[in-house]
Design a protein around this ligand. Sequence first.
Ligand code: NAD
Length: 291
Amino acid sequence: TAQIIDGKAIAEQVRGEWKKRADALKAQGVLPGLAVIIVGDNPASKVYVRNKVRACHDVGLHSEVHELPADITEAMLLKQIQDLNANPDIHGILVQLPLPDHISDDKVLETIDVEKDVDGFHLYNLGALVAGNTVFPPCTPYGVQCLIEHTNIPIEGQNAVVVGRSNIVGKPMALMLLHKGATVSICTSKTRDLAFYTRLADILVVAVGRPGLITADMVKEGAAVLDVGINRTDEGKLVGDVDFESVKEKAGHITPVPGGVGPMTISMLVANTVLAAERLSGLGSGKLQDT
Ligand code: NAD
């Protein structure tokens, strides 16, 4: 049976490390601040935002939520972002996705000051990640990388397979594993024989949003399986994309849902906010901890 990776415990440990850096800034008069913008009332988005704010609070950061109506114009939203860009008390700006259809995600993300882009979704930051000079690593894939590293699972030379190729999870995940020396395959809904690839994986990261997509027969004996998916069943239970009960009998390591990748994502947001505050204030190392 697989070792179950306790994302909650690791996330708390990571948060504790970043709290020390936040405390050092505070002792020098800089209170790291995060602004979260949420447009409309998507219930899932509200839960995510609440969890992010709570994590900032736990670490002693300043955080503020700007709740905007679903019918806000794109111009007004961009103006809000520009005001936050200019606000010296705010070091990180996050716009919770998805946005209403009449607003361009790209325009919004590119309006965020690169130095405050704690989600790492600005085109510049995505490009820097491609080049291997990450400014702010996108929180979810960086959280997955930290889970792998904290569990001492080797990456260099291993076969890594990422299922899903979104800009916020799959693609940056594949790049991070590539930079760490893995041989990486990326699978999508167009992949002809998904199981062929997943069976090759020493490290399998799944970020699709389809419960039960990955079954035990698709997993190599002893593989590390990291499940990013979040799905709600008809009974209201949260499950990932991996059939946890069967796959845990075959894998070497596996993340549960909930309690795996989710809490790490939020710790990485805290990390990026502290990092942004260090860089903007010129205090502290301004460097990612290489965990
Ligand atoms: P997305 O919808 O943008 O992308 C899904 C990807 O899956 C696409 O690239 C698509 O090609 C691929 N795909 C779809 N069907 C497939 C199939 N049958 N086989 C192989 N690939 C297939 O999703 P996303 O934003 O990347 O999120 C993916 C999942 O991760 C969702 O469940 C989301 O809720 C979850 N998520 C979790 C966290 C977290 O913190 N844990 C953060 C972000 C997203």
